[in-house]
Write a protein that binds this ligand. Structure first.
Ligand SMILES: Nc1nc2c(ncn2[C@@H]2O[C@H](COP(=O)(O)OP(=O)(O)OP(=O)(O)O)[C@@H](O)[C@H]2O)c(=O)[nH]1
Ligand SMILES: [Mg+2]
Length: 258
């Protein structure tokens, strides 16, 4: 078994950065809240900008600190991500496989294939991916994407697949543990083959907690929070404009569902 990274300090052996992506409304924030806080809400408050939560788990006697980033349904912040959870809504065909032209125009990354293409362009090559069909608790009459279709897509890309429910806690632990285990294995394999270790634990990484900012000195959100007033207002305007886009897609889905 690989030795723990040389720079590891007392509170964890591995720091793993995960990212949730997928169309607006599929349940990314709810999955994160279920996993980090054990809670669920039915009210939909679209995520503005990015946010993260921390949960430390134990795998094979090692403490794995998961730093999980949640994005709005916009082009996400891939930097440093070691694993990506690709989330769709099993009751919403367009979040899985978008074939409606107007939806494509409004949200160019609105289905799983497009998200994967986007990851290939912007994320690091060896990033682990997992496919997640959320809202599996909903009545079968509401289901738009059969389990077999989700599994077939995952097989096509050679990634693991789970159907989850943030509401009933179906498979939520399993998804996060599964991707964490694969990444830990990848890091351990790299450790045994190459020095220095791939995992660098910096003082900035040591601070615990959730919420915006606070970790990773290269994060633009941290710069935003600590920046000048003019800079904060500028970035704030961009976030508001992007959330209006997100709201537009949600309204469109609502109108289509009528
Ligand atoms: N029935 C059911 N509803 C869910 C589930 N997960 C999320 N929802 C509901 O779906 C809506 C959207 O959930 P969010 O987690 O805010 O969606 P999101 O993907 O974070 O959306 P954006 O932040 O806009 O990208 C909320 O009304 C949730 O209550 C689930 O597993 N089952
Ligand atoms: Mg959200």
């Amino acid at each position: 078994m690989a030795a723990p990274p040389a720079r590891a300090r007392a509170d964890y052996d591995y720091l793993i950065k995960l990212l949730l992506i997928g169309d607006s409304g599929v349940g990314k924030s709810c999955l994160l809240l279920r996993f980090s806080d054990g809670s669920f809400t039915t009210s939909f408050i679209t995520t503005i900008g990015i946010d993260f939560k921390i949960r430390t788990i134990e795998l094979d006697g090692k403490r794995i600190k998961l730093q999980i980033w949640d994005t709005a349904g916009q082009e996400p912040y891939y930097r440093g991500a070691m694993g990506i959870l690709l989330v769709y809504d099993v009751t919403d065909e367009s979040s899985f496989n978008s074939n409606v032209l107007i939806n494509q125009a409004l949200s160019p990354f609105s289905d799983i294939r497009n998200w994967i293409r986007n990851i290939e362009q912007h994320a690091s090559d060896n990033v682990n991916k997992i496919l997640v069909g959320n809202k599996a608790d909903m009545d079968e009459s509401k289901r738009a994407v059969p389990t077999s279709k989700g599994q077939a897509l995952a097989d096509e890309y050679g990634i693991k697949f789970f159907e989850t429910s943030a509401k009933t806690n179906l498979n939520v632990e399993q998804v996060f543990f599964s991707i964490a285990r694969d990444i830990k294995q990848r890091l351990a394999d790299t450790d045994t083959r190459a020095e220095p270790t791939t995992l660098k634990i910096t003082p900035a990484d040591q601070a615990d907690g959730g919420g915006q900012g606070g970790q990773g000195s290269d994060l633009w959100v941290e710069k935003w929070l600590s920046g000048s007033e003019g800079w904060r207002i500028g970035v704030g305007v961009i976030l508001i404009v992007s959330s209006i886009g997100s709201l537009g897609r949600t309204l469109l889905r609502f109108v289509r569902s009528k």
